[in-house]
Design a protein around this ligand. Structure first.
Ligand code: IMP
Length: 190
């Protein structure tokens, strides 16, 4: 089966292919839209509807995700990609996060991922996955992307960027949301 995914982020496409190896994942950038919803689910729906209009009768998917830090009132949240401004700069985002957390004792955080799916018959579904952890005081690891070098998942002493891709996918917000997508797709095509 083909699965059109509304992203231009090569890291995300690779993670999605790893988690859903049975799908032929095709990236389709939903250009010219505004991701202005107040939550991840709303933004994922905006993105998936934009590409579903171009691929009627096909499986289409979009994810919207970000980091929510307790001591920062849930920031960067839906602004995770552009926390330090446009264009997205992972190093600047991580530097700003560390600056804003300086002196805070509560370093708990979670990643959230909402995946919106449009089935070939037009049905819409949203699945949400979360992973909880803490924010390190300095960057560590070379893998992953975004805030991965700063995020240590609960029960681990390594950052997401230090874990092998398979280990991250098994517990990540995106992995958990996509696990539900996988079940839904299988039920739909069985
Ligand atoms: P989106 O592309 O609008 O979903 O923005 C997601 C942003 O949240 C990314 O640019 C990253 O900064 C951050 N993010 C989401 N998922 C992850 C992850 O798995 N690791 C690290 N950062 C992530």
């Amino acid at each position: 089966m083909k699965l059109f995914v509304a992203t231009h982020n090569a890291h995300k496409l690779r993670e999605i292919s790893e988690i859903l190896p049975e799908a032929e994942v095709v990236g389709d950038n939903p250009s010219g839209i505004e991701e202005n919803a107040p939550d991840f689910a709303g933004n994922a729906l905006i993105k998936v509807r934009a590409i579903a209009a171009r691929h009627p009768g096909e499986w289409c998917m979009a994810d919207d995700s970000g980091l929510e830090v307790a001591a920062l009132g849930g920031a960067p949240g839906v602004h995770s990609a552009r926390y330090a401004g446009e264009p997205t700069d992972y190093a600047a985002n991580n530097a700003l996060l560390l600056k804003n957390l300086a002196g805070k004792t509560d370093r708990t955080a979670n990643f959230t991922c909402a995946v919106a799916l449009v089935a070939p018959d037009g049905r819409e579904k949203v699945f949400t996955g979360k992973v909880f952890g803490t924010i390190r005081h300095e960057l560590k690891g070379q893998g992953g992307f975004g805030y991965d070098p700063l995020f240590v998942p609960e029960g681990y002493d390594k950052s997401f960027a230090e874990l092998p891709a398979g280990a991250k996918n098994a517990i990540s917000h995106r992995g958990r949301a996509l696990g539900q997508v996988k079940e839904f797709i299988h039920a739909g095509i069985a």
